[in-house]
Design a protein around this ligand. Structure first.
Ligand code: GTB
Length: 220
């Protein structure tokens, strides 16, 4: 059964792949599973029909037969558990890869989102200039720790996994901040993730929504 995901009809990032459908598209491309995309407007996301799929009225969602999922991490985990390529076979290594998925979403992503939100909606507030360094420090604390753990390794724990996939999508949100420049190994890690052919296919497909061009090979 071909799954259907939802994505922004008009992504505010103008197709830079920063919205969270990107990680789901990438996971589907890594495991070679064709998929369909239903584009939703900001108003459609808040309609009862979409809220039946996603209680918070957001994207992405994932429909596969009777199964409806929301939360990008849960969707990536579902894909990774059912298809080879994103989780190791060894039980302990699999558990560690899942731990990295949680680390990406619940330890590293929150301070990055907080920083991004502040620069988006608090920039004109009197206290913004004072608060920004605090937010940057919280991000850099996580980057320091992650950088130390990654060291000279290619990926976080052995072979590329769903943990790396999520961590790369999380770090991508810092690309325009300049904060990654102090961490060459994280920059290399990000570049390795973005160089994966599956990443490229996912990126092109979401960019095509913005440009209106048909993605190579049509929407998958
Ligand atoms: N925890 C949920 C998950 O991981 O799936 C969070 C889902 C979420 O935040 N969805 C956002 C959304 O639907 C899109 S990804 N927002 C609309 C709403 O809440 O009304 C967040 C996002 C949006 C845009 C950019 N951008 O343009 O750079 C980046 C990230």
């Amino acid at each position: 059964m071909t799954p259907t995901i939802t994505a922004f009809a008009q992504s505010p990032d103008r197709g830079r792949g920063l919205a969270r459908d990107m990680r789901v598209r990438w996971a589907l491309e890594e495991v070679g599973l064709p998929y369909e995309v239903r584009l939703v407007s900001f108003s459609e996301m808040k309609e009862p029909a979409h809220r039946a799929l996603h209680p918070f009225g957001q994207i992405p969602t994932y429909e596969e037969g009777d199964l409806v999922l929301f939360e990008s991490g849960a969707i990536v985990l579902h894909i990774a558990k059912r298809h080879a390529g994103l989780l190791p076979d060894d039980a302990n290594a699999r558990a560690r890869a899942i731990a990295w998925m949680f680390a990406a979403l619940s330890t590293v992503e929150p301070p990055i989102v907080e920083l991004g939100m502040a620069s988006l909606v608090e920039r004109d507030k009197a206290w913004y200039a004072e608060r920004r360094p605090l937010l940057e420090d919280r991000v850099c604390q996580r980057l320091d720790e992650l950088s130390r753990r990654l060291g000279v390794s290619q990926w976080l724990d052995g072979a590329f996994s769903a943990g790396d996939l999520l961590m790369v999508t999380v770090l991508r949100r810092l690309e325009s901040s300049g904060l990654l420049q102090a961490y060459p190994n994280l920059g290399g890690y990000l570049a390795r993730g973005e160089a994966r052919p599956a990443y490229g296919r996912a990126f092109d497909a979401q960019l095509a929504v913005f440009t209106g061009a048909p993605p190579p090979g049509g929407e998958r």
